[in-house]
Design a protein around this ligand. Structure first.
Ligand code: NIG
Ligand code: FE
Length: 422
């Protein structure tokens, strides 16, 4: 096989996000993107070979093997970034819930819809009923859309099965799509997403099922890397959440947490106490919770698309960044509270709605997001040796991405050294 190379030539700016593969960026580090003005990038097979000034790129190319096939991408006037990473999605599900929107516009609360047996439980019904091939087909279309928006890796949670066979079905679907689709999937087991109707009167029995049957089966089958819980008033208590996360940890599943989304509930504090990799949502996180996350190095995965779609004020990103909490951003792609695959739109909401700077936003969707999915040694930055996941945007600089908002500026996407969108 000849060596395959891609030469991204003379971009307006190359955002490397380099130098933070061991620890996520926090505070002022989030503004340091390692930008190369007028730089070039060379990939070799599925790896990055070089990122730097174009004169040096010429020398690197001159030393390439004779049989190398070099594809040249003229990047004049374009912005090159690491492939975007979405560290919080519920992308594997069947159906949709647009009928909830008019209800919410009339004043119905998201949690009331769930309590009435709709919401997550409606999607669980649809997902349980879906054959694996249909589930894969629906999810594939969402992954296609992610890719068109520059997203080359997504985390994917189960949690619409809510019984062993269907949780496994969701996780198998994620594994299959990870093998078939250019978008890479990182699986999270989230059996504790809601209490299914069969356990309505006895949530404790469902918690036991999650701990005693589901977690061991998922871990045994090697179907997930993380374990997540919807810790929220009326769903799972902090005490139940802790038991579930500890049971996951004992089986090698790293903890994540849906924390303090609707009401302040001690979620941020719990995430710090169990050493969670991330605490997500955090609209109602307390000052003590934020301080505890900073001390323990828990990454805040903020989801401003969810706040926007539920018409709530977003999380206090500025407070978290000042407190030294590493921040990442995600779509939360799901049918109820954030039905979008546009991570660039989420970036716009983070900048224009939460006051994150264009630099912080990019750090949050690249290297910090890579840490949030436990992949920072391989993806999230443009550095020699890392996986060749790149995006070329029709934008001359980092700020332009947030300025020309609400449209898809993605020009080209490269996954593992192959142009998958052009
Ligand atoms: O992260 N909050 C819980 N889970 C999802 C919503 C899932 C749904 O409504 O289907 C979230 O917002
Ligand atoms: Fe979520």
């Amino acid at each position: 096989m000849p060596t395959r190379m891609v030469y991204v030539r003379r971009a307006a700016q190359v955002v490397t996000a380099a130098g933070a593969s061991l620890r996520p960026k926090r505070g002022a580090e989030m503004s340091e993107l390692g930008i190369i003005e007028g730089g070039s990038v060379i990939t070799r097979d599925d790896r990055i070979l070089f990122a730097g000034p174009d004169e040096e790129a010429q020398r690197v190319l001159a030393a390439a093997p004779e049989d190398a096939e070099v594809e040249v991408l003229e990047a004049e006037g374009k912005l090159v970034t690491p492939g975007l990473i979405d560290p919080h999605t519920h992308v594997v599900f069947a159906g949709s819930r647009e009928f909830e929107l008019p209800l919410r516009l009339k004043g119905a609360a998201y949690m009331d819809i769930l309590k009435a047996g709709g919401g997550i439980l409606y999607t669980a019904e649809q997902t349980r009923a879906a054959e694996e091939d249909l589930l894969a087909a629906e999810t594939r279309r969402r992954l296609d859309r992610f890719l068109l928006h520059g997203v080359t890796t997504v985390e994917a949670k189960s949690g619409y099965g809510l019984r062993l066979e269907d949780e496994l079905k969701q996780l198998r679907t994620a594994r299959r799509l990870n093998a078939e689709h250019p978008v890479e999937l990182v699986s999270t087991f989230m059996g504790a997403h809601a209490v299914p109707p069969e356990y309505k009167g006895d949530p404790e029995a469902y918690v036991r099922l999650v701990i005693e049957e589901m977690i061991p089966a998922v871990a045994e089958a090697g179907l997930a890397e993380f374990c997540d819980v919807f810790c929220e008033e009326g769903v799972f208590t902090p005490e139940q959440s802790r038991r579930i996360l500890e049971a996951g940890l004992a089986r090698g599943l790293k903890p994540k947490l849906h924390a303090d989304e609707i009401v302040p509930y001690g979620g941020a504090e719990l995430a710090a106490a169990v050493g969670a990799v991330t605490a997500d949502h955090l609209l109602q996180a307390s000052g003590e919770g934020i301080a505890a996350m900073a001390r323990r190095g828990v990454i805040a995965v903020l989801l401003p698309g969810t706040a926007f779609f539920l018409r709530k004020p977003p999380a206090d990103a500025r407070r978290m960044i000042s407190a030294g909490v590493p921040v990442a951003l995600a779509t939360d792609r799901n049918p109820g509270s954030s039905p979008t695959e546009s991570l660039p739109l989420i970036m716009n909401l983070a900048c224009l709605g939460m006051g994150m700077t264009p630099e912080e936003v990019l750090a949050a969707c690249t290297i910090n997001a890579a840490h949030a999915v436990g992949r920072a040694s391989r993806i999230g930055s443009i550095e020699a040796g890392k996986q060749a996941d790149l995006v070329l945007f029709d934008a001359p600089n980092v700020t332009y991405l947030q300025y020309h908002f609400g449209v898809n500026l993605v020009d080209t996407v490269i996954k593992r050294g192959v142009c998958v969108v052009r």
